[in-house]
Design a protein around this ligand. Structure first.
Ligand code: ADP
Ligand code: MG
Length: 400
């Protein structure tokens, strides 16, 4: 166990709370600490037991999907659909509008991609617009799309900020069946008359809750209103706040809502706090953790772009294979850092919340909250990057 870990001592929890209280006025972290109950960050993982194993109603082979698509799904190693896939795919294949609500890491991407790929396989005139909150998520979805649409001849265009406009214009000129983008860039391309959104009769809004948090709601209203009707509309999210329901009521046609009440993402994540004493250097504490052999692949969260950048370079100076992703980096730098982290060329990735949202990185052993998240929801999203699927993960939150 970690030396600064107070768990196990009888006085641990109250002292944790005291540490978080804004006793000394003007401390930078005081406002967040007040809003956060630090005991929330200490939790033992619940081991998944046999009885929790989900029995899907369908197998992928049962779905009425193109044989080539099924072969690609099998090649990806998917045998049984996840609960959200099991629940939504049949409705999407039937042409219904769907609201899918399930935790992060539960396979929402394939839930919407597979039936939509099938649809475009069958009718080449179908056009799909996928709107996501972040660039990384768009890239990730395009990767999945490529995997599942291998051999179909379907083409796609990525329309994200921070990336080369010329390439995007070229891929749009090829009349892609799928366009995946972030709201700002999509709007820009529509205004330049390069993206003819009125031709699109399928829309996916992924991570809708995050798009709301990021202030994209008006952009989304603008985009959806320009689309073709009738259309098939799919909303996917981990939570469904009131504003989204209002939006859904306005833009969806008699939707089927599938809510998966799975165990919280955090349940298979061992969560603990790391106390940093008044005389200790935070970076030293971090250093001492990172040299422990079990911290093999570590995602560290900081609050500001500048802070994240600085921390990554300080860790690099100390000999750690570290890099960062945040909003001040170019898209190619972000993609490169992410790729290297995914491929285990880096052991440490330092990120801001926005840059890391929705990312599916295999085998992250530890998430470290070097700085506290804004709220508990962000905390849950951060720690959801470890312990994906059935794996056990670890989350450590620095408290000073
Ligand atoms: P979400 O969007 O719900 O956060 P993702 O779509 O990113 O989840 O999926 C999480 C991980 O689970 C990915 O690595 C994906 O390849 C994998 N996955 C999804 N569906 C299945 C399945 N049916 N069988 C096996 N792995 C799956
Ligand atoms: Mg997702």
């Amino acid at each position: 166990m970690f030396s600064r870990n107070p768990r196990g001592k009888s006085s641990s929890r109250p002292s944790v709370n005291r540490a978080g209280r804004p006793t000394s006025r003007g401390r930078r972290r005081a406002p967040q600490a007040r809003a956060l109950d630090l005991t929330q960050f200490v939790k033992k993982a619940i081991q998944t037991t046999e009885t929790e194993v989900f029995n899907p109603k369908h197998r992928f082979a049962d779905f009425e999907m193109h044989s080539k698509l099924k072969a690609n799904v099998a090649a990806a190693g998917y045998v049984h659909p996840t609960p959200i896939q099991d629940g939504t795919i049949p409705h999407i294949l039937n042409g219904r509008d769907v609201i899918g609500i399930a935790n992060t890491g539960t396979g929402k991407t394939a839930a919407f991609l597979l039936p939509l790929i099938h649809k475009t396989f069958k009718h080449r005139t179908e056009k799909v617009l996928i709107i996501v909150p972040t660039r990384e998520l768009a890239l990730q979805i395009e990767d999945e799309l490529r995997k599942f649409a291998t051999g179909s001849g379907l083409c796609s265009a990525l329309c994200i900020g921070g990336a080369h406009m010329g390439d995007q214009l070229r891929s749009l000129s090829r009349n892609p069946s799928f366009v995946i983008g972030t709201p700002g860039r999509l709007k820009d391309l529509i205004e330049r008359k390069k993206l003819h959104i009125a031709e699109f009769n399928n829309i996916v809004l992924d991570e809708v809750d995050r798009m709301l948090d990021m202030g994209f709601i008006n952009d989304i209203k603008y985009l959806v209103a320009l689309m073709k009707t009738p259309r098939q509309s799919l909303f996917f999210s981990a939570t469904m706040p009131r504003e989204i329901l209002d939006l859904a009521q306005k833009f969806l046609n008699d939707p089927v809502t599938i809510t998966i009440k799975s165990r919280a993402t955090s349940e298979n994540v061992d969560q603990d706090i790391v106390r940093v004493g008044p005389k200790e250097e935070k970076i030293e504490v971090l250093h001492n953790l990172l040299i422990m052999p079990e911290l093999k692949k570590v995602l560290i969260f900081g609050r500001t772009k500048h802070g994240v950048e600085k921390l990554a370079s300080r860790l690099e100076d100390r000999g750690f294979k570290a890099d960062s992703i945040h909003g001040d980096k170019s898209q190619s730098q972000r993609a490169r850092a992410l790729r290297r982290f995914k491929n285990d060329e880096l052991t440490v990735l330092v990120a801001t919340d926005v840059a890391a949202r929705g990312l599916d990185i295999p085998d992250v052993t530890h998430v470290i909250n070097y700085e506290l998240p804004e709220n508990y929801e962000d905390y849950i999203h951060r720690i959801g990057r470890t312990g994906r699927g059935d794996k056990k993960g670890n989350a450590l939150t620095f408290v000073d």
